[in-house]
Design a protein around this ligand. Structure first.
Ligand SMILES: Cc1cc2nc3c(=O)[nH]c(=O)nc-3n(C[C@H](O)[C@H](O)[C@H](O)COP(=O)(O)OP(=O)(O)OC[C@H]3O[C@@H](n4cnc5c(N)ncnc54)[C@H](O)[C@@H]3O)c2cc1C
Length: 254
């Protein structure tokens, strides 16, 4: 008789957990994925990669093809600003489809999906808790693939309405007139440029000397240039003065 319930348990069903689970199942291991949400796919599908890219596509289509057919979910009358509901409606349809793709991949490979919050009791025992019920499962190996959470700036607690994180951004009900994006990383700049394209006055705030420090300077300069061009077109993202002066110092202004 097997010593453990499973050969591998992955805690978290994002890209990391789901890929590990499927690979292990393909080589004949008994595998389970534990997921605390009511659906699989992780942040990637819930409010990360897929929703942000779908939203970006919606914004791009609104502005690159103003004469869209009425059948198109993003069709707006003339060049009027689309509503948040119009933009986000399609995001939810894509999310649902992606969830079923992941669910199908796991099920087809005989990976057991356990919807519960998992926590360690000991290195081979995991307590599962869902809707007040508890049970334990055991595994030879456990992969912790629980992802990350947005950082909260000191002294600024998200309230889900005025101060929100990137996890909540697509849940806002109306496009705001103005927006301050704290953090000029990939996610911050991506959302800043999307909302700027929608006519929101966006200010990006970051304490670092340069945005996207890991990236080639010339590419970042070009990105800043494009953001500023968008600013003059549609009242958009304003990179901080500090970045402007650092560009001049580097002599790479374009
Ligand atoms: C706005 C945004 C845009 C992004 N855009 C891109 C992009 O364009 N390209 C790109 O490559 N990456 C992008 N990313 C990053 C990408 O989403 C993450 O790198 C990826 O989702 C990480 O996968 P993961 O499996 O490690 O964790 P996650 O996808 O975060 O999944 C972790 C899962 O673990 C579950 N979990 C946590 N704790 C427990 C517990 N105790 N018990 C049970 N389950 C638990 C969570 O519910 C979640 O489902 C983006 C992220 C964000 C937020």
């Amino acid at each position: 008789m097997a010593r453990y319930d499973y050969d591998l348990v992955c805690i978290g069903s994002g890209p990391a957990g789901q890929r590990a689970a499927v690979q292990a199942a393909k080589v004949g291991k008994r595998v389970a994925v534990v997921e605390k949400q009511r659906f699989v796919g992780g942040i990637c599908i819930d409010n990360g990669t897929i929703p942000s890219k779908t939203f970006r596509e919606a914004v791009r289509r609104v502005y690159s093809r103003p004469g869209l057919e009425v059948m198109d979910p993003f069709a707006t009358s003339g060049r009027s600003r689309p509503t948040m509901q119009q933009l986000v409606g399609h995001v939810h349809r894509v999310i649902q489809r992606e969830i079923s793709v992941v669910d199908d991949a796991l099920t087809r490979n005989d990976v057991k999906i356990l919807y519960a919050r998992g926590e360690f009791v000991d290195p081979h025992t995991i307590r599962l808790e869902a809707e007040g019920e508890r049970r334990v499962i055991t595994a030879d190996k456990v992969l912790v693939a629980v992802g990350t959470r947005p950082g909260e700036p000191r002294g600024m607690k998200p309230d889900g309405r005025t101060v929100i994180t990137s996890d909540d951004i697509l849940g806002i009900e109306e496009l705001p007139q103005t927006m301050a994006v704290v953090g000029a990383g990939v996610i911050g700049l991506e959302y800043a440029s999307m909302f700027a394209a929608l006519g929101v006055r966006v200010t990006v705030i970051d304490a670092r000397e340069r945005p996207l420090e890991f990236m080639d300077y010339e590419i970042v300069d070009e990105l800043m240039h494009q953001l500023r061009k968008a600013t003059s077109r549609s009242a958009a993202a304003t990179p901080s003065k500090r970045w402007r002066s650092s560009r001049r110092r580097s002599g790479k202004d374009c």
